[in-house]
Design a protein around this ligand. Structure first.
Ligand code: UT7
Length: 332
């Protein structure tokens, strides 16, 4: 019997229409285009402005894009996972709503929270379900409406984040393509450096927490930056060594899009040529769980069957890791 591997067989993406440029941010906080561009690589980000629309809206749009591009019947989907740090509601999985809305009525669904590593961890989870032989079609969506938790008076965070969603379908592969290896880690020390302090079970919402502005994301950027550079580079290098991969063997690096300088440092440690490093950070900023999926969606036409791709992420928690996969199809 052939071994089952888990491969991505379709991708999709969605970003909202409103473009929040560096120029607009200059009118909101004490910042400038030159600082943002040189320190982060970001020029603009997308914001979901419409009242009454949450992360599920972004996830549904990205999924619908995938269903059309991949010509997939939603009735065949077994499982829907939404990786998100900004669920529609604290209780009632966003994934359950998304599955129903896209017509995946034969699926079960749950959310996965690992901040910026959510999609990366999700690749591991989705693949495990496929490799076990239990399910045949798993839809993984990375989606975040970061604008719902960003403090637009804090210049150190509001310039970074944007809204968006990306989706990938996982199916069994019998040619040895898809997920090859993974290295995933976490360290709880990180929760002091990147967090929303209140609104959870530790510090439930009170009038005081609202008055103290404890419901927005705060970050010690310098500390997170150092951990991100070290860990994204270390985990990618480790995967290369463990699998006897040289820089020549790798066609594409698909990194989490948090800061161009973090991406450059990771690529440099892997000795990768710039042409192999895929980025859309200048257009979307950091969309948290959505970044890697949005890169896969935007650059799908570049990928050839058999291409070696490394995914790498670092995020709140801390959470981080790298995944080595072989692309499984040529776009028709
Ligand atoms: O995706 C999840 C994980 N998150 C990340 O990976 C993000 C990691 N961190 C970063 O990307 C960077 O640390 C930031 C982009 C957040 C900040 O860049 P930095 O080069 O680390 O700047 P810094 O925090 O060291 O601040 C340098 C200076 C400070 O001024 P002083 O104290 O030197 O006078 C800041 O107040 O830049 C100032 N600054 C700004 N100036 C203009 C901070 N934010 C801004 C701003 N515009 N938006």
């Amino acid at each position: 019997m052939n071994t089952i591997t888990a491969a991505i067989t379709a991708v999709g993406g969605y970003v909202p229409d409103f473009v929040l440029t560096n120029k607009i941010l200059e009118t909101m906080v004490d910042t400038n285009d030159e600082w943002i561009t040189s320190r982060t690589g970001i020029k603009e980000r997308r914001i979901l402005k419409d009242e009454g629309k949450g992360t599920s809206y972004l996830a549904i749009k990205a999924s619908e894009d995938l269903l059309v591009r991949g010509n997939i019947d939603p009735l065949e989907i077994d499982l829907v996972i939404v990786a998100t740090a900004t669920p529609d509601m604290p209780v009632a999985a966003t994934a359950a709503y998304v599955a129903t809305e896209i017509g995946a009525i034969n699926a079960f669904a749950f959310d996965l929270q690992a901040a910026c590593s959510g999609f990366l961890y999700g690749v591991s989870v989705a693949s495990a379900y496929i490799q076990s032989g239990r399910y045949k079609k798993v839809l993984l969506i990375g989606a975040d409406k970061m604008s719902s938790i960003v403090d637009y008076t804090d210049r150190s965070t509001c310039i970074i984040f944007g809204d968006g969603a990306g989706a990938a379908l996982f199916e069994p592969n019998f040619e040895g393509l898809g997920l090859q290896d993974e290295y995933l880690r976490s360290d709880g020390i990180g929760r002091d450096f990147l967090k929303i302090e209140a609104g959870g079970s530790l510090h439930p919402t009170t009038i005081q927490t609202l008055q103290d502005n404890k419901h927005k994301i705060i970050q010690d950027g310098k500390t997170v930056f150092k951990y991100a550079v070290t860990n994204m580079a270390d985990s990618s290098e480790l995967l290369m060594k463990r699998n006897n991969l040289t820089n020549e063997d790798i066609q594409w690096l698909v990194p989490h899009q948090a800061n161009k300088r973090i991406i450059d440092a990771t690529a440099s440690r892997m000795k990768l040529d710039d042409s192999k490093v895929l980025m859309n950070i200048e257009k979307y900023g950091n969309t948290t769980s959505a970044t890697i999926a949005l890169v896969l969606s935007d650059f799908e036409s570049l990928f050839k069957k058999g291409d070696t791709i490394i995914l790498a992420a670092f995020g709140g928690g801390f959470t981080w890791g790298s995944i080595y996969l072989k692309w499984a199809y040529n776009k028709k």
